[in-house]
Ligand binder design. Structure first.
Ligand code: HEM
Ligand code: HEM
Length: 175
């Protein structure tokens, strides 16, 4: 085995696409909340996209267990770092949506979305909801940092080591 299974590849790239959408939707929610004009539909869509990320991670961990992974490619130390980054990515991919759900449940967002009444949306996250809000924001930054490290590693393999690493996460089969 020198490539990830097709379903692992599909879920990897689909997760990236959903994260980009969730990120920009989340950012625009924050902006709209401060400047006015925010809609409950935007909260619903952001929450659903985030929940889809959580569902995909659960599927992915199952596919990973069943299909296995190709053996490491580089040197022992950097392979360990890469495996550590992958592990942390999975942790954040679970914790980020979970903190989002906690935020919805602990603030007025859940009620506002269910009733479609934007006037119930909180102007500020105070009291119990401030914790999940801070955690959600912090995890977004941690995710961005980990993804940056991960992409830098992939680019190093691809263009400096020239070992064709990215083909391992491609639908095009080597053999
Ligand atoms: C992994 C997927 C997710 C990503 C990448 C993501 C990203 C973001 C970002 C960038 C923000 C803006 C943070 C800020 O600067 O204030 C945000 C806010 C928020 N997210 Fe998420 N999120 C995800 C999942 C979820 C889920 C699953 C839910 C709920 C079920 C959720 C609910 C919220 C809420 C309620 C806010 C606050 C918006 C506001 O400022 O009023 N998120 N998210
Ligand atoms: C342009 C962006 C990205 C590129 C070029 C990329 C590339 C790759 C490549 C080539 C691999 C296979 C590594 C190997 O063979 O050892 C991989 C694995 C992985 N990627 Fe990405 N990736 C990107 C974005 C992301 C994002 C956004 C996430 C999640 C937030 C992510 C999470 C993972 C994880 C967890 C693995 C390990 C798979 C496993 O063994 O379970 N990647 N990525």
């Amino acid at each position: 085995m020198n490539q990830y299974s097709k379903r692992m590849v599909i879920v990897h790239w689909l997760t990236l696409a959903l994260l980009v959408i969730a990120y920009f939707l989340g950012d625009s929610l924050d902006e709209a909340r401060h400047e006015g004009g925010v809609t409950t539909l935007a909260y619903l869509v952001h929450s659903l996209v985030g929940a889809a990320v959580l569902l995909l991670v659960a599927l992915r961990l199952n596919f990973r267990r069943v299909d296995g992974t190709p053996p490491p490619l580089g040197d022992a130390l950097m392979d360990r770092v890469a495996i550590g980054v992958h592990y942390l990515l999975y942790v954040v991919l679970v914790m980020l949506p979970v903190s989002g759900v906690a935020l919805v449940l602990s603030s007025g967002v859940g009620k506002a979305v269910l009733s479609g009444d934007a006037s119930l949306l909180p102007a500020k996250y105070t009291g119990v909801s401030s914790l999940p809000h801070n955690v959600h924001e912090l995890l977004v930054s941690v995710l961005m940092l980990l993804v940056a490290l991960h992409v830098l590693g992939a680019l190093k393999h691809q263009f400096l080591m020239k070992d064709g690493l990215i083909a391992r996460m491609s639908l095009k089969r080597n053999s």
